[in-house]
Design a protein around this ligand. Structure first.
Ligand code: SF4
Ligand code: SF4
Length: 440
């Protein structure tokens, strides 16, 4: 007698595990294979969405344990969700892989230093913006005082557990001022505001791209929108969700919902594609919390990516010119999850003088993937080099994006390639064009 899947003893343990209904939506058609960056690089079925779902089914049906035959293939998934766009059966691959990551955490006993680093990063720093800024200041000092050079020259860095040299390579220099949420506002100079919005400061982006956050406020103000950056907000929780740290991510979501719903605004704006995806999925993240289900849905409905918001509002085209050749990199968490791809291009082409060039494979993941670049440096490096080769061959002066992970990854790649192509956010370019209006 053939046993039905539902009568088998599942190898999954948590309520967040991939569900039978989700897994069996996959009809093995393979349309997702050539959309998957890790399959494109390896050509291996186990490194494809279909292969990873087959492994989920095998665990669920008790044919495989969550061990060496399974974990490396799940961990090599960037969670870019390009497979969702290609899938005709609407397989909700993102939430299945998020559940699989929770299962890995429940099964694997990691080395002590890894557990310590994960605890500090996911449960201590990311939920606390002030501590995160303090950590950012320590990184600045590490670069500025020459400590970094000493640690590398004396090989002190190689004595520490894990591949600290590789981690050190990824550490951004954090040269610009940090952005912090402290109830600051930007109000249009004349007339009644067209809308009032709240801005998410974010975690990584607030440290790495503070000036872009200030530019976002100026661009909204220039378009007649009043902006507030409510104090008390925090990280959106996306990095935690991707790493299978759902409990801490839920706490972060509840905190943001409380702060932003009390801000008396028409919309919640984010300048980071990854944060926008997570915030729009708060209802799913808090599905088991009846007190927050409705509030999470309301919050998700109010969340808008900056590009989407400006186009929906009716952007006032800049009159200042930028004589630039620009190509646009589709961040996975704008293109694949929020399906935002035309709006950033529309904003770029609204800038007089700017020529938009399409690169080859603009929507193939650059390999950043939150902490993927640190956890899976080899695959991340392959995808970064593929992206950089496409950026360079486009003939651009500037590559534009809408996500801090992509920006950092491409900056690293272009630096390694000795290229003088600049990486900018779309809002940075808009802001530059607006700033030239007063001069011309
Ligand atoms: S999320 Fe991205 S890397 Fe993972 S299976 Fe889907 S397409 Fe491949
Ligand atoms: S495209 Fe969808 S249904 Fe087809 S193999 Fe991929 S995940 Fe399964």
């Amino acid at each position: 007698m053939i046993e039905s899947p539902s009568s088998m003893k599942s190898g999954f343990k948590s309520p967040f595990a991939p569900t039978e209904a989700d897994m069996y939506k996959c009809v093995h058609c393979g349309f997702c294979l050539n959309a998957c960056p890790t399959y494109l690089e390896t050509g291996l079925e186990a490194e494809s969405p279909r292969g990873r779902i087959a492994l989920m089914k095998a665990v669920h049906e008790g044919r495989l344990e969550i061990g060496p035959q399974v974990i490396p293939h799940w961990e090599l998934c960037i969670q870019c969700r390009a497979c969702e766009v290609a899938c005709p059966s609407n397989v909700p691959y993102g939430r299945m892989m998020e559940g699989a990551r929770v299962e890995i955490n429940l099964t694997v006993k990691r080395p002590l230093y890894v557990r310590f680093a994960r605890y500090v990063g996911f449960k201590w720093l990311l939920p606390r913006p002030k501590l995160l800024r303090l950590f950012g200041n320590l990184i600045k000092l590490y670069h500025r005082t020459g400590l970094r050079k000493v640690a590398r020259a004396t090989k002190l860095i190689d004595v520490l557990p894990g591949d600290q040299r590789m981690l050190d390579d990824y550490l951004p220099a954090l040269k610009t001022p940090f952005f912090a949420a402290k109830n600051q506002t930007a109000t249009p100079v004349t007339g009644q505001p067209r809308a009032r919005v709240a801005l998410l400061a974010g975690c990584v982006m607030a440290l790495t791209n503070g000036p872009t956050m200030e530019a976002t406020m100026r661009v909204l103000k220039r378009n007649g929108v009043e902006v507030i950056v409510p104090a008390g907000q925090g990280c959106c929780g996306a990095l935690n969700v991707h790493a299978g740290e759902r409990d801490s991510a839920q706490d972060m979501a509840r905190r943001n919902i409380d702060i932003f719903l009390n801000a008396d605004v028409d919309a919640v704006i984010t300048a980071s594609g990854g944060c926008g995806t997570q915030m729009k999925e708060y209802a799913e993240l808090l599905a088991d919390d009846s007190e927050y289900t409705e509030k999470a849905e309301q919050f998700a409905g109010m969340t808008k990516d900056i590009h989407e918001y400006l186009v929906d509002l009716g952007v006032d085209p800049p009159r200042g010119e930028l004589d630039l050749q620009v190509t646009y990199q589709d961040a996975c968490h704008l293109n694949n999850t929020q399906r935002i791809s035309t709006q950033p291009r529309e904003l770029l082409t609204s800038i007089p003088g700017l020529n938009l060039l399409e690169m080859k494979e603009p929507a193939v993941c650059c390999g950043a993937g939150g902490v993927f670049s640190v956890m899976q440096p080899e695959m991340s490096g392959f995808l970064r080099d593929r992206k950089i080769s496409n950026v360079v061959s486009s003939g651009c002066d500037v590559v534009a994006s809408g996500n801090p992970g992509c920006v950092m990854q491409m900056e690293n790649g272009l630096r390694n390639a000795d290229s003088d192509i600049q990486v900018k956010y779309v809002v940075d370019l808009l802001d530059e064009a607006y700033s030239k209006e007063t001069i011309s």
